[in-house]
Design a protein around this ligand. Structure first.
Ligand code: CMC
Length: 421
């Protein structure tokens, strides 16, 4: 571990402080005074090599394919915790004991209702609007319907955690054209969500532990993931002192993108097209490798994971188990497995270290449960919510400065307006 590094710029040596993480391979050079001392800024499009904060929520070791939430490996959390326990862990720093869990669950139940205006407002919006647009909008307008004492207090994040599944179910029901249904706080979070999705007037959703377990695990896998695009968006807005609901509403918009959470919908759409066109896998692999073709293999590649994505490994197992237990024959899963196998043997994917990511198998799980494609990224957002909230709170607690990157200007040099001709 070193505390300083020397850099040489045009013959002058500058000593820069080192910021050390808890692991020796996680270290940064603090360049915050670089421009002041040398006149240089750093140039790093896409923040590929830039640390924006110190955080203690989650950690990824991309070379080893490791993911930790508050120090606990994702593989252990999946085996031993529920999604609600994971929310508590991410928000409060440790696994709750039974008393803490009961208190937390009761608090979530307390806020489990929506202002009646939500139902009126959502009715005014056309049905063809994408569910991610709905979710971002409804999250944003929560600001207008939340009592000011809550907005100021610590309960604000519990309020959001509690209301989010109601918004998600409301959007789903609006999309398929059935009226909203009340939440049932007597049952577990994920069971309640499925009940709110699949109950219709003459037939209530029938509790199914296989489906509930698969969905709960998928939510856990999404719960946090360091400084990804949507989390950074949430932190960036928070750094300007924007409120929690508006910051998260913007995070939802960032997640919507196909390079980010929107990839889960794009994967299934891609696999369906492949299936319709005769499943010629090599043709699609060659298309993905062709630099002149904008097509990319959706659900493949990751900025940090350069060996494998541990979430994808777990999601694949969850998908296989679910499909087996439900007794479904899913040609999409079969095709996905063949595609993965072929891509992993291809030198292009090997050299660029491109592996399946979480989105490669998550859509197959949602589809087996009966959740439509357009809702996939909304489900991702539901899972990511505790992470977004924890990062927003951490950013506030650290009093991080406002996020404001620099640029290299390549436009016109100063010139004068000439209207003479
Ligand atoms: N198919 C084909 N080539 C790819 C792919 C892919 N899926 N992903 C990356 N590459 C190539 C890319 O063309 C580039 O090649 P070259 O060095 O010759 O220019 C190289 O691999 C590095 O890619 P990059 O785009 O510079 O890497 P990045 O870290 O900026 O992007 C990524 C990461 C996830 C956006 C990208 O891999 C991608 O677009 N994947 C498909 C979309 C996807 O599955 N997204 C979900 C990400 S995981 C869940 C989440 O975080 O939301």
């Amino acid at each position: 571990m070193c505390d300083f590094v020397d850099i040489d710029i045009n013959g002058s040596t500058y000593q820069l402080p080192v910021v050390n993480g808890i692991y020796s391979n996680n270290k940064a050079i603090n360049i915050s005074k670089l421009v002041e001392n040398t006149g240089f800024i750093t140039f790093d499009p896409g923040f590929k090599n830039t640390g924006i904060t110190k955080s203690s929520i989650s950690f990824i070791d991309g070379e080893k394919g490791k993911l930790l939430y508050r120090g606990y490996p994702i593989e252990q959390i999946i085996e031993k915790c529920s999604f609600i326990e994971t929310c508590y862990l991410i928000l409060n720093g440790d696994i709750p004991n039974s008393k803490q869990l009961e208190f937390f669950s009761q608090k979530i139940k307390k806020f489990n209702f929506l202002h009646p205006k939500f139902y009126e407002i959502i009715n005014q919006i056309p049905n063809f609007y994408h569910p991610m647009g709905f979710l971002s909008f409804l999250t944003h307008i929560m600001t207008a319907f939340t009592k000011s004492n809550l907005i100021e207090g610590n309960d604000i994040y519990i309020d959001l955690l509690s209301k989010f599944p109601l918004l998600v179910a409301l959007i789903y029901r609006k999309k398929i054209g059935i009226p909203p249904i009340l939440s049932d706080t007597n049952i577990y979070y994920t069971s309640n969500l499925l009940k709110m999705f699949f109950s219709v007037s003459n037939k209530l959703y029938h509790h199914n532990p296989i489906i509930e377990d698969a969905l709960d695990k998928l939510l856990i896998l999404h719960a946090d993931h360091e400084q990804n695009c949507s989390t950074t968006t949430v932190r960036l807005l928070g750094s300007a002192h924007v409120g929690l609901f508006s910051s998260i509403s913007s995070g939802i918009n960032a997640l919507w993108g196909k390079r980010h959470g929107g990839a889960n919908q794009a994967v299934i759409e891609m696999l369906e097209i492949m299936l319709q066109n005769g499943s010629n896998i090599n043709k699609w692999i060659n298309k993905a490798k062709n630099k002149k073709d904008p097509f990319r293999l959706m659900g493949f590649g990751h900025r940090i994971y350069k060996n494998f994505d541990p979430r994808a490994v777990i999601a694949k197992k969850v998908a296989e188990k679910l499909i087996d237990k439900l007794g479904i024959h899913d040609p999409i899963l079969e095709l996905a497995k063949k595609l993965e196998e072929t891509a992993l043997q291809d030198s292009y994917f090997q050299e660029k270290k491109l592996y399946p990511n979480i989105d490669f198998y998550s859509g197959i799980i949602y589809q087996s449960i009966g959740i439509p494609k357009e809702m996939f990224t909304v489900m991702f957002a539901l899972g990511r919510l505790p992470g977004w909230i924890a990062h927003w709170r951490e950013m506030k607690k650290n009093n991080d400065p406002i996020g404001r990157p620099r640029q290299i200007y390549i436009g016109y040099k100063k010139r004068n307006i000439d209207k003479s001709n």
